[in-house]
Design a protein around this ligand. Structure first.
Ligand code: ADP
Ligand code: MG
Length: 262
C-alpha cells in the first residue's frame, strides 16, 4: 500500500546543499508495523515526513494506496493527510492549554463534524488508549507515558490508515516505552493500521514486523526480526479483552512470551 520508489531529498542549494535521502526504495504492505533505524542524521525523519506528505521528494515517487503524494496538489495533500495519517512525535507535542480531550479532538477540526461528535470521538480514542477517565486533565498533570498515550489517541481520532511515529519512546522509561510499543502493536492487530516508526530503541525489535536501516541517506538491506508465530501470538492476545488497556497489556505479555520461546 505504501510504495517509495527511488526517492531522493535534497535541502538547500550550493555550498549548503544537503543530500538527506539518496535513491531510497521501500514498500510497506498494509497492516505492517515497520521500524526505521539508523544513526542521527541518516534521513529517518526526512523519510517519515515524505511518507506523511509533509515534504516532497526532490526526485522519485511515493504512492500511498491510490494516491501519488509527489505530484498531488498541496491542498489535496492537506486533506489526504487529515484523513489518512496519524502523527506521533518524540516530545508528544500536546498543547498545554488544552485538556486531553480537546488535544485529541484537534485533528477533527479539519473534518466536517459537530463539536459534540468531535468530543465523542475524542473520548472513544481516549478509552482506546486506556485514558478515558483522564479526559479533562491537562498535559502538565499527566506523566510522559500518559502524554504519549494521549498523543496516540490524537493520532487515531480521525481513523487514519497509517500511523507515523518519530522516536515515540525516546523520552520514556522502559516500562512506558513497552506500553507504547504494545499499544502501537494493538493498532496493527485490532485495527489493521500500518505503523511506520523511527526508533533507536532495541526493545522495538520484539514488536515490529520488519526493520529498515538508513545510513547517510541510503537504505540498507532489511531484516525481519519477528517470525510469523510471534505475530500470531500478538494478534490473539490483542483481540481478546474488551478494554484497550487490557488489550495493550495482553499484547505486551504475548510479545514477552514469544520472546521467551525464541
Ligand atoms: P535523522 O532523523 O535520521 O536524524 P534527518 O532526516 O532529520 O535525520 O536529517 C537528515 C539530514 O538532512 C541531516 O543532515 C539534516 O541536517 C538534514 N536536514 C533535515 N531537515 C533539513 C532542513 N529542513 N533543511 C536543511 N537540512 C535538513
Ligand atoms: Mg530524526
Amino acid at each position: 500500500m505504501l510504495v517509495i520508489h527511488r526517492v531522493s531529498k535534497e535541502y538547500g542549494v550550493g555550498a549548503s546543499r544537503v543530500q538527506a535521502l539518496c535513491s531510497v526504495s521501500l514498500s510497506v504492505a498494509r497492516g505492517r508495523f515497520v521500524a526505521l533505524m539508523g544513526p542521527s542524521g541518516s534521513g529517518k525523519t526526512t523519510l517519515l515526513h515524505l511518507i506523511a506528505g509533509l515534504e516532497r521528494p526532490t526526485t522519485g515517487t511515493i504512492q500511498v494506496g491510490e494516491h501519488r503524494l509527489d505530484d498531488m496538489a498541496e491542498e489535496a495533500i492537506v486533506r489526504w493527510r487529515a484523513r489518512s495519517v496519524g502523527l506521533v512525535f518524540q516530545f508528544f507535542n500536546l498543547l498545554p492549554g488544552l485538556s486531553a480531550r480537546d488535544n485529541v479532538a484537534l485533528p477533527l477540526q479539519l473534518v466536517r463534524l459537530s463539536r459534540r461528535d468531535r468530543l465523542r470521538r475524542a473520548e472513544a480514542a481516549l478509552d482506546l488508549v486506556g485514558l478515558g477517565e483522564r479526559a479533562a486533565h491537562f498535559p502538565r498533570a499527566l506523566s510522559g507515558g500518559e502524554q504519549q498515550r494521549i498523543a496516540i489517541a490524537r493520532a487515531l481520532v480521525s481513523n487514519p490508515e497509517m500511523v507515523i511515529a518519530d522516536e515515540p519512546t525516546g523520552e520514556l522509561d522502559a516500562g512506558n516505552a513497552e506500553a507504547i510499543l504494545g499499544l502501537l502493536q494493538v493498532l496493527r492487530d485490532r485495527f489493521g493500521k500500518t505503523v511506520v516508526m523511527v526508533t533507536h530503541d532495541d526493545r522495538a525489535l520484539r514488536y515490529v514486523d520488519e526493520v529498515h536501516r538508513l545510513d547517510k541517506g541510503e537504505l540498507l538491506v532489511d531484516e525481519r526480526p519477528a517470525s510469523p508465530p510471534e505475530r500470531g501470538a500478538g494478534r490473539v492476545a490483542g483481540s481478546d479483552g474488551g478494554a484497550a488497556t487490557g488489550a495493550a497489556t495482553g499484547a505486551t505479555g504475548a510479545t514477552g512470551a514469544a520472546n521467551g520461546a525464541a
